[in-house]
Design a protein around this ligand. Structure first.
Ligand SMILES: [Fe+2]
Length: 389
């Protein structure tokens, strides 16, 4: 039998002059009652509100502003001629394109050397206007900057950029800036000289720390790898998958895999190539991750929270966390996107949530183009679960 006299009324909000006076008193002592935090809990019903808004920075504007920055800065801007894309909906906290990621573009002028330094923010460069004689040095390993190459400069890796040519080199930068600053983990260190010592030859597509032949006695190094993913290796794969529609939400989505683990590109950022076949109409979905994307080739659109943005080559776009979005390709050619996601962080914390269904890590590997489908035996019975085709 319930004693109604002592039953707590769960719905009654605490109020009254006595409580107000008490709240004011303990606030002076840097204490608050949990009851004053109810609005925070109420706001979280239904999940987080997207931080920021969907936005596209068109290439025509971006390239013009980058050229202007180069002129305005003049020779003083050596190593700094970079502009950052700010999300118009993020007005507090660290600057960025989403609340965790900062994308921007940088131009390296003719004969320029961008001085060596390192920091705890992990960074990556996706080359937009490249040159086979230009290179970035990462922890002593020169990485060539050809068009659409992806170069990693992991956290606390020394890096300097070199352009010994008479042409400009332009790239997309993406850093985990908001994440690192929000956690108050920023370290920065100049090398002291413009250039760090470097190996006499280029590291080709992968650094010495991630080669196929490794010292037997080592404890394998899986992070802070100075890797170049050459477009010359990526493009033929996309051509092979030209007729593969892929996932209903993301189209064909391939990860720039960590060569040691096979997992996310870096501990804080996952890089994908997405290819949407002509006529692709992605399903509406949302994830607790945020992302930025760059249009490599083709034309299409992205709808974010009900607003449709047209996409053409060179455009950069931001998708806030937990924002409903869908990609479409209404053209008659493939739409190729380079996208960067804060997925590894969210996933490793157990906070990845997707609607209307889970997709990350739930799909079998796509069939390899050209592999015969006719089988004498039930081959699937002999494969691992993730290999069933
Ligand atoms: Fe840097």
């Amino acid at each position: 039998m319930t004693d109604t006299a002592t039953q707590v009324d769960q719905d009654a909000l605490p109020e009254g002059p006595e409580l107000e006076s008490y709240d004011a008193k303990i606030k002076q002592e840097h204490i608050i009652g949990q009851w004053t935090m109810e609005p925070l809990l109420d706001a979280a019903v239904g999940g987080p509100k997207p931080r920021g808004v969907g936005h596209v920075w068109p290439w025509s504007l971006t390239r013009e502003r980058l050229g202007e920055a180069s002129k305005v800065l003049g020779p003083r801007g050596i190593g700094r001629c970079s502009i950052v894309f700010l999300n118009p909906g993020i007005t507090q906290g660290p600057p960025g394109s989403t609340h965790t990621l900062a994308a921007g573009v940088q131009v390296m002028r003719a004969q320029e050397v961008c001085w060596s330094h390192r920091h705890t923010m992990s960074a990556l460069r996706f080359i937009i206007e490249g040159n086979s004689d230009a290179f970035t040095v990462v922890d002593g390993e020169p990485l060539t900057m050809n068009k659409f190459d992806l170069l990693l400069t992991p956290r606390m890796a020394w890096h300097d950029h070199h352009n010994p040519t008479d042409s400009e080199v332009v790239w997309l930068d993406v850093l985990d800036l908001g994440l690192t600053l929000s956690l108050n983990q920023a370290f920065f260190e100049p090398f002291g000289d413009a250039s760090q010592p470097q190996r006499p030859t280029n590291a080709d597509s992968q650094g010495l720390r991630s080669r196929l032949l490794r010292p037997v006695g080592e404890n394998p190094r899986s992070t802070r790898l100075p890797i170049r993913y050459a477009w010359a290796d990526i493009e033929p794969v996309l051509d092979e998958y030209a007729d593969t529609a892929g996932d209903a939400y993301d189209g064909l989505a391939l990860r720039y895999a960590n060569p040691v683990t096979g997992g996310p590109t870096m501990p804080t950022m996952d890089c994908w190539i997405q290819q949407l076949v002509p006529g692709f109409e992605g399903k509406l979905h949302r994830r607790t991750t945020s992302s930025v994307g760059f249009v490599i080739s083709g034309k299409g659109s992205i709808e974010i929270e009900g607003k449709t943005h047209e996409l053409v080559p060179g455009d950069t776009f931001a998708v806030p966390n937990y924002a409903w979005h869908r990609l479409s390709n209404g053209s008659d050619e493939p739409l190729r996107l380079f996208t960067v996601h804060d997925l590894p962080v969210i996933q490793s914390l157990g906070l990845l949530y997707e609607e209307p269904e889970a997709t990350i890590g739930t799909r079998p590997a796509p069939a390899v183009p050209g592999i015969p489908q006719k089988q004498t035996y039930r081959v699937d019975a002999m494969l691992d679960r993730d290999e069933v085709r």
